[in-house]
Design a binder for this molecule. Sequence first.
Ligand code: ATP
Length: 334
Amino acid sequence: LHHSLLTFFTISSPSPRTKLRFPRMDAATATTFHHHRRKDKVVVIMGATGSGKSRLSVDLATLFFPFSEILNSDKMQVYSDLDITTNKIPIHQRRGVPHHLLGEVDPSAGEFSPSDFRHRAGEIISDVINRRKLPIIVGGSNSFIHALLVERFDPELNMFDTESSSPSSLVISSELRYNCCFLWVDVSFPVLSEYLIKRVDDMLDSGMVDELAQFFDPNATEEMNRTGLRKAIGVPELDGFFKEHPPGSIKDEDRVWKGAYNEAVRAIKDNTCKLAKKQIGKILRLKKAGWDLHRIDATEAFTAALTSDDSWSDIWERQVLEPSVKILNCFLME
Ligand code: ATP
C-alpha cells in the first residue's frame, strides 16, 4: 500500500481507562476501502442471544465513527413495539450510531420473512456503501443472516430446519454476495445461561409484564393473531397467564396468580436458554459449511460481570474488543 490505510489513536470510548490503541478510519480510507475487492465489504457480528453482540457493534462503530452504520438482524427486533421483551438496545446505548431495521417494521402487517429481510437489508447495505460507510450487521437470527448473505437464496428452503427430511436443508452454501468479516461472540453455555436467567429478572424489573399486558388482546382469535411478534419469547408464555388472570384483575394477596406467574417466568427463562443453544448450533453449522467465522471468547468478561467484578469492562476490552479490532483492521486493509 502506498499510503497508510489507517490512522491510530488512543481510544477515549468506551472506557477512558483503557490503554489500548485502536485504529480509526479517516475520510480517505472510508472512501476507498470498499473497492479493494470486487465485492462490497460488510462486517457481521453473530452470537447467541445475550452474548454482547450489540455492545460490540456499538464499540466498533464508535471507533469507526462516523464511517459505519449498524443494521439489525434480529428477527424480533425488526418490529416496532415490545422493546423490553425483545431486548432492543436502548437509544442512549447506541451512542449516536445510526441503527437500521431496528423497530421499523409494523408487526400487525404479518411476519417479516427472511426474503423480506434479504430485500430490505440489501437495499440498506447498498445505501450505506454508496455513502462510503461500512455496514455492521448485528443480530442473532441466523436465518436472516443466511438469507441476506448467500449469493443465491431460495425462499422455499429453510436451511436450518433440522426436523425436515429434505436433503437440501442440509446444504448451506458458502458462496456469499458480500466480502464478509464475521465476528462470532461466544460465551460458554453454563455462564451464558446464568446470565440469561438474570437478564430475564432484569427485564421483568424494567416493566416487561406491563409491556406484554398492553400487547395482550383477550379477543384475538388464532386467525386474527398474525402479528409478527406473536412468537417473541414472553408473548406466548404470558398470554396463557393473562387469559387466566386478565391484566387489571390481579390482587396482590391472591396466591393462585403467583403460582401461574412464576410458572410463566420459568418458561420464559427456559425458552431463552433453549433459544441460545439453538442459535449456537446454527452458528456451528455455518462454520462447518465453510463460513469464515472468527470466534471471540467473551466468557471471562461475563464471569466477571456476573460476580459484579468491576474489572469486567477491562476484560471485555482486552479479550473481546481488541481482538475484534485487529481482525477488522486486517479485513479493511485486505
Ligand atoms: P428460527 O428459524 O428458529 O425462527 P432464526 O435464526 O430465524 O430461527 P432466531 O433469532 O434464532 O431466528 O429466533 C428464533 C425464535 O426465537 C423466534 O421466532 C422467537 O420466538 C425467538 N426470539 C428470537 N429473538 C428474539 C428476541 N429478540 N426477543 C424475543 N424472542 C426472540
